[in-house]
Design a protein around this ligand. Structure first.
Ligand code: GLA
Length: 385
């Protein structure tokens, strides 16, 4: 009898752990952040207009709900009580008013600070030594999300700095999604799940094919640490920022979705091309990212620059991507033995970018031709279901 209770207690602890430390982020976060498109020059009007555009474009209905402000929103000096103050020129209405506006649209608002003395842009103070005070003011403004950066940290122990803010956020009593931005320097995947909802595994992404592909590879290494409540973060999306081709952006979005990465848009939502809209609104791909099983897909085979990335989904399904990173069109084969199911399993396949079911059923493998820098993405469903 005693053994059963011990077992049940252990199971409960395991479930509490696997659900994450504060119950948020049961699926990867979705929304927008200004930094990739507006690394400088951010002001409150852009935030308001972006919130409006997230509604009018229908993006919020697809799950893009966080509107996140990055670096450069605060004055360089704290006020006489030591509180952070919004930059009076660029955010004259203050963050509370902006949060009220974003909330009035049914969206959530995120803010940025730094686990050091100053933020990376050196234009505002960091929160090191002010963790509780800053967490309290964020909560009082109605903040729903904190991105917490790593510049000017004075060499203070990393886990200690990030844990302090985690505790401070929890103590406010407000549900605040906690996103570590430690750039993967001290393997945050191994300690992030206990204190945060996501953790950057890499340095900054750039709007560039090579940087995007190498960022994906770095994040891949940590796949087994992700799960409901806490996700690996290979940085925000560059889709729509202009320096990659449509097929490269399609690959970027597909791989991020399969890796259960945060889907934080980084383009100007107010003026998107039809190609950008087509990519970021693909509901079938978004559903892979938001699947309840919450298992990060990974690179399962590689022949030169021809790759297969795959992972399991809920209801005995699998998803996989044929990714051609070579300069020429090529045929790529996904083999069940690499993806997971037994070789003799028979599946129906759906092409998530064509939005069509393939006519045949497939046993053991699926082969298709893929253009240079493009990808094809599928869901396999057991043919008996
Ligand atoms: C760091 C972060 C970026 C961004 C900038 C802002 O580089 O990694 O994501 O927040 O700081 O200055």
């Amino acid at each position: 009898m005693k053994t059963i209770w011990v077992f049940l207690f252990a199971l409960l602890c395991y479930q509490a752990e696997s659900a994450g430390f504060n119950g948020l982020g049961q699926t990867p976060q979705m929304g927008w952040n200004n930094f990739n498109h507006f690394p400088v020059g951010i002001h409150e009007q852009i935030i308001r207009e972006t919130a409006d555009a997230i509604i009018t474009t229908g993006l919020s209905k697809l799950g893009y709900v966080y509107v996140n402000i990055d670096d450069r929103w605060a004055n360089l000096d704290r006020d006489s009580q030591g509180n952070l103050v919004a930059n009076s020129t660029t955010f004259p209405s203050g963050i509370k008013a902006l949060a009220d506006y974003v909330h009035s649209k049914g969206l959530k608002i995120g803010i940025y600070s730094d686990a050091g003395n100053q933020t990376c842009a050196k234009t505002q103070p960091g929160s090191l030594g002010y963790e509780e005070q800053d967490a309290n003011i964020f909560a009082s403004w109605g903040i729903d999300y904190l991105k917490y950066d790593n510049c000017h940290n004075e060499g203070v122990d990393t886990k200690q700095r990030y844990t302090k803010m985690s505790k401070a956020l929890n103590k406010t009593g407000r549900s605040i999604f906690y996103s570590l931005c430690e750039w993967g320097q001290e393997d945050p995947a191994t300690w992030g799940p206990k204190i945060a909802n996501s953790w950057r595994t890499t340095g900054d992404i750039h709007d560039d094919w090579h940087r995007m592909t190498s960022t994906a590879d770095k994040n891949d290494k940590w796949a087994s640490y992700a799960g409901p409540g806490g996700w690996n973060d290979p940085d925000m999306l560059e889709v729509g920022n202009g320096k990659m081709s449509t097929e490269e952006y399609r690959s970027h979005f597909s791989i991020w979705a399969l890796m259960k990465a945060p889907l934080l848009l980084g383009c100007d939502i107010r003026s998107m091309s039809p190609e950008t809209v087509e990519i970021i609104t693909n509901e079938e791909v978004i559903q892979v990212n938001q699947d309840s099983l919450g298992v990060q897909g990974k690179k399962v085979s590689k022949k030169g620059k021809l790759e297969v990335w795959a992972g399991p989904l809920s209801n005995k399904r699998y998803t996989f991507i044929l990714w051609n990173r070579s300069p020429e069109s090529a045929s790529i084969t996904a083999k069940w033995k690499d993806i997971g199911p037994s070789d003799d399993s028979v599946f129906k396949a759906r092409d998530l970018w064509n939005h069509s079911d393939l006519q045949d059923t497939f046993q053991g493998s699926l082969t298709s031709t893929v253009d240079s820098h493009a990808c094809k993405m599928y869901i396999l469903t057991p043919s008996s279901s």
